[in-house]
Design a protein around this ligand. Structure first.
Ligand code: TXA
Ligand code: MG
Length: 305
């Protein structure tokens, strides 16, 4: 198989309805989408990405009503956050009700499912036309930097999927913020209004703090399985630097930004870079999410200068 790169959304809908998998652009990163109601499509996603079997997928819907109809319980805080941030780069982990329509394979048997409404006209149109909830992890091979262009997806998956929809470069460039709510999981003694950030993203703690007490889950937290694995790593060795990178080597990223970070890692690999030094930004705003991705790409090796 050789993937076709196209802008033909009807073809994408046709394939998704036949339980095939298709790469689609979102505002964060490209996603590898499949019918979230089909075990078969879910299994194809895991195989194509070589994704660990215990890392759950997130489900993309067109609005909160669609999440409710699938049998997900909408926490009162989720209702408020959806109103403020959807469509947009926020994934909310919601508890399943007894009559949840999503197969257990979607979230590896967990009692919860991550869900988001992407701010991508392409993906929204496809969800609406197909009337399907779409499971979609990032459309990269597991462990490497997420794809922010159709060409990145092609490099990773061209022999594994039939179609890549080209929507240009992603506006945000890093994956969505993932949150869950405290009284859903009784982890410690926080109030009902606690928002736990499992993965930082473009919806920042500052933005969320208007809605409740924000807690950052620590790096090795078992709450979000995906944060346990090696992630975002190019072939080159990445060294995260607390301080100035100027003069440290041939390949440096001085002022990383979300739009270009993953693309730069991929380009430096193509140039044959052996070591990449990346200056860690301050942790305010989206800086927190950038630090998270850089430190993981560096496999937690931080050089303090
Ligand atoms: O921006 C994004 O979120 C992109 C685009 C395509 O929408 N998708 C994405 O998916 O980044 P993925 O699979 O690469 O990351 C989803 C994250 C993982 O860390 C996963 O462990 C976590 O969400 N997650 C999914 N379901 C969960 C659940 N039920 N409980 C806790 N964490 C969950
Ligand atoms: Mg991913």
């Amino acid at each position: 198989m050789k993937s076709i790169i196209s802008t033909n959304l009807d073809k994408a809908v046709e394939l998704l309805q036949a339980c095939e998998i298709v790469a689609l652009p979102t505002e964060t990163v490209y996603g590898l989408a499949g019918n979230a109601l089909s075990k078969d499509a879910i299994s194809k996603i895991y195989v194509a990405k070589n994704r660990p079997q215990d890392n759950p997928l997130i489900v993309h819907v067109s609005d909160i009503e669609m999440a409710r109809k699938l049998g997900l319980k909408v926490h009162p805080l989720a209702e408020q956050l959806a109103h403020e941030f959807w469509p947009g780069p926020l994934t909310m982990v919601l508890q399943k009700s007894d009559d949840c329509k999503l197969p257990p394979e979607i979230s590896c048997g967990l009692e919860s499912v991550g869900v988001r409404v992407p701010n991508s006209s392409v993906m929204l149109e496809i969800i609406k036309t197909s009337n399907l909830p779409l499971a979609a992890p990032s459309a990269n091979l597991s462990g490497v930097p997420s794809p922010t262009t159709a060409a990145h997806v092609y490099v990773d998956l061209h022999d594994k999927i039939p179609l890549i929809i080209d929507g240009g470069a992603c506006q945000i460039g890093i994956e969505s913020t993932v949150v869950m709510f405290e009284n859903d999981n009784h982890v410690n003694n926080k109030s009902e209004n606690t928002i736990i950030i499992l993965r930082p993203g473009a919806v920042t703690p500052e933005m969320l703090s208007a809605f409740g007490e924000v807690v950052l889950s620590d790096n090795e937290s078992p709450l979000s399985p995906g944060t346990r694995y090696k992630h975002y790593s190019p072939k080159a060795k990445v060294i995260a630097v607390e301080g100035k990178v100027t003069g440290l080597g041939e390949h440096i990223i001085e002022t990383p930004d979300s739009q270009t970070l993953f693309a730069k890692l991929r380009t430096l690999d193509e140039l044959g870079a052996k070591t990449i030094y990346i200056q860690l930004p301050k942790s305010d705003g989206i800086g927190l999410a950038l630090r998270n991705r850089i430190i993981r790409a560096a496999e937690f090796e931080v050089l303090k200068l």
